[in-house]
Structure formats: C-alpha cells, structure tokens
Design a protein around this ligand. Sequence first.
Ligand code: CUA
Length: 290
Amino acid sequence: MLVVAGLVFLGAVAMLALGWLRRDKPGLPWLGESERANTTLVVAFGIAIPIVILVALFVVSDLVLMKETDAPRAGETAMGMTVVGHQWWWEVRYGDSDAVTANEIHIPARTPIDLVARSADVIHSFWVPELNRKIDMIPGQANSIELYADEPGVYRGQCAEFCGLQHAHMAFRVYAEPPARFREWLANMERPAREPASAEARRGRRLFMENACASCHTIAGTEARGSIGPDLTHVASRQTLAADTIENTPRNLFRWIRNPQSIKPGDKMPGLGLGAARFQAIAAYLSELR
Ligand code: CUA
C-alpha cells in the first residue's frame, strides 16, 4: 500500500511540476489544448486510474491479506477463549474451563486460539499489536479473531477504542507459555481460592465479605459472588493491578484498595473509608490468593 500510494503521490507531484513549468503554454504537449484533451485528462486521472488502483488495493488487502488474520473457522483451532471488555478492565474465560481471570491472558505458544470478543457496557477494542490486528468489542455482538504467538513471551495489549475516562488505563498482558506450563497454570486457576493462612488474612477475609467488596467481586469458594469488578480468586498471581496500571506489589495493593480513585479516577471501585488497619488486613487476605 505504501509503494502504491507513493507512486500515486509522485505522479501527482510530477503533474503539478509540469503544470508549473509550462504555466505560459496551455494544454499538455502530447494532447494539445482542445476541449476533448481536457476531458480525456479528467476521465483518465480523475476516474479511470483511481478506480483501477482502489479496486486492486481492495482485492489484495481485503480478499487476500485479511484472510490470514481472520478468525479461524470452527474446528481449526486448538482452543477457544472469551474476553469481555468492561469499563475499564478485561474479563477472560478459557474454553469450557471454569477459570475466570482478569487483565492477564495466558495462552499456549504456537497454538491458534479462537478469541471471541464481547462487551459488557460500551464499545471497546481488543488489540495486541504483536499478535494480530484489532477487533471491536460491541455490546450485544460477538466478534472473533485468531490469537497466535510464535514464541513464548509477554505481549502488551491495549483497548483501542475510546471508552470513557480511563480508556488509556485499560491495558492488559498476554503471557504466551509452553503448552505444558499453560495447562499447569489453567489447572491452578480452576481451583477455588485457598484458605487464609494467617490471623490477619482471616480478618481480611471477614472484612471483605462484610463490606461492599463482596457484592462487586467474585472469589470462588466463598460467598463473594459479585460481577461488577474482576474475579479475585487468584488475584495475587497477577503481575499488575487495575488493568496493567500499577505493579501488583503489597504496597500498591494496599494503596489501590484504600483509595482507588487516586490511581484511576472515575473507576467504578469506590474508596470505602474503612481505615488503614482494615485495608491492611484485606490486602493481607488478597495477597494470599495465588
Ligand atoms: Cu475500553 Cu477504551
């Protein structure tokens, strides 16, 4: 496309230069200055040539190149996956597995994945530049695209459709792993949350369940069954918080739950004003959820 557009641009510049050089002599040297010559010029450069070029580019890009990045046909991929866009985070479900995660997508490397993109609220766009083109997430509609990583590694993704105040903080990471490691990871994600080990964490769990936390988040194996915010069953196993906004360290986790609006203004998570000691206990509980 760049080469074709470059040639068209050079052609236009050449015609412009020719017009300027011959500004005192009407008409083109090889056509003369008749009315008919002018019509020929307009039809050729204004209609015929653009039609040929645009149709050729359409055929090459849409019918040939787009096929290679399209969603795979049923039965052609090893695995299905659903990603749901929320303001402003990503919900991830894996095939027929019960695992639900958020903001960090694990995939087996060198395995074609059929990714279905949905939205829970407004239009988002799922984009991992290194792995494929964008796919829009439209409310009430399921779009799909293939996700394929040649090599194990970490690939950054980003919401690519303006979706509100924290659109820029709606990022995620794709971890492509050797298939055996991926299966191990998925098996862990399918397990319910582990029991809190310390007294502080047990207190944290009680506070989590008693306060508004539990009505917005799910922690499998407990009474927390909310679906407004991300599933937290294995939140401590994630590298980042708030959709790739901050690193998931104990200090950041505490800061985030204590005053979410200072890190992500406009986010649906309210600051509950429970006091530092209580937030400390909740953070202790959450950081045991590996
Ligand atoms: Cu979601 Cu922009």
